[in-house]
Design a protein around this ligand. Sequence first.
Ligand SMILES: Nc1nc2c(ncn2[C@@H]2O[C@H](COP(=O)(O)OP(=O)(O)OP(=O)(O)O)[C@@H](O)[C@H]2O)c(=O)[nH]1
Ligand SMILES: [Mg+2]
Ligand SMILES: [Zn+2]
Length: 348
Amino acid sequence: MTLDLQQLGWKPVFQQQLLQYDPSLIPVRVIAVQRTGLSVAPVADQVVDVPLGGRWFVQDVEDRPTVGDWVLMDAKTGALEHVLERTSSIKRLSPGGGGEVQMIAANIDIAFLVTSCNADFSAARLERYLSVVLGDQIQPVVVLTKADLCDNVDPFVDAVRALGSEIPVEAVNTLQFESLGGLVPWCGLGQSIALLGSSGVGKSTLVNTLMGDQVQQTRAAREDDDKGRHTTTHRSMHVLPQGAIILDSPGMREFQIAEADAGVSEVFADIEELAAYCRFSDCAHQGEPGCEVAKAIDNGDLDERRLESFFKLQRESLYNTETIAQRHARAREFNKKVREAAAKRKQR
Ligand SMILES: Nc1nc2c(ncn2[C@@H]2O[C@H](COP(=O)(O)OP(=O)(O)OP(=O)(O)O)[C@@H](O)[C@H]2O)c(=O)[nH]1
Ligand SMILES: [Mg+2]
Ligand SMILES: [Zn+2]
């Protein structure tokens, strides 16, 4: 198969950036990340594997090439020289703790938030995903899988609608192409789609069915949603016959937001709207008099679970932003010391 830039999701915003760089460098997209390096395309119409040069490892994680990035490559040496400015980036806090950021994907237009119509479904987790993607101007589409194994999908669809009536939601059987009709319109040429969701919900099965080909390994049938096991082990993008390029990734157990996201307010616009009418403009909705949020909960207009989610994500995003700011400050301090030491050496 030959690959051109457009099929890989190239856009005018990337073209414009080329002007500032050496014209002999070629733009390539990172379409897979393995332990040993990256796969990029197109290089003479093909996909090639390149190692990530050591100089990238002195950079912040967020500045290194990640899947979905457009990178300028020296075609002679295969060295990756510059990462083009991203239109979006999906990141989370590393599940290991320690405040490290983990990049999930760059330059994504649409996120399929995949969850199955069973015990995996969690409104709180969807709110988390929504906060991150909406904060980055990515279009979310909630995909409810395993609809064929569920007697009634309506409660799941309703639970998604309750998070935001404008969020597209599709209940599907990912094993059947005919059932994916509602997703196909999102899969047109030029779109970069990311699949986000827990292990075992059917992300890779969805890719295979859209492709009409078994490009991704999927879990053997009749093994149930065992959260501890990942069938997909690395991130890779696939050009769909429908035109879009789609990213499959290993399931995520946790999705802790890494930055204060505009998205948190967007996902909880109903609460913010009520808050505008609280008696005190700085009302924390923790029992203050004249609190409209508390009133809405008493009336049953607002779900208490939802308010708790809101508090939780607000606290988390504030806290994590502080740790990121502190981390940057530490890095700056360290670099300053390195420069000072180098200057002293020169003086001697
Ligand atoms: N009946 C039914 N089974 C499904 C559906 N979607 C996925 N499955 C099955 O669920 C299992 C897990 O699917 P995968 O596609 O491997 O899940 P995944 O999300 O890619 O999982 P990880 O790669 O571990 O993150 C497989 O056995 C699929 O056949 C569906 O809509 N209906
Ligand atoms: Mg998979
Ligand atoms: Zn209030």
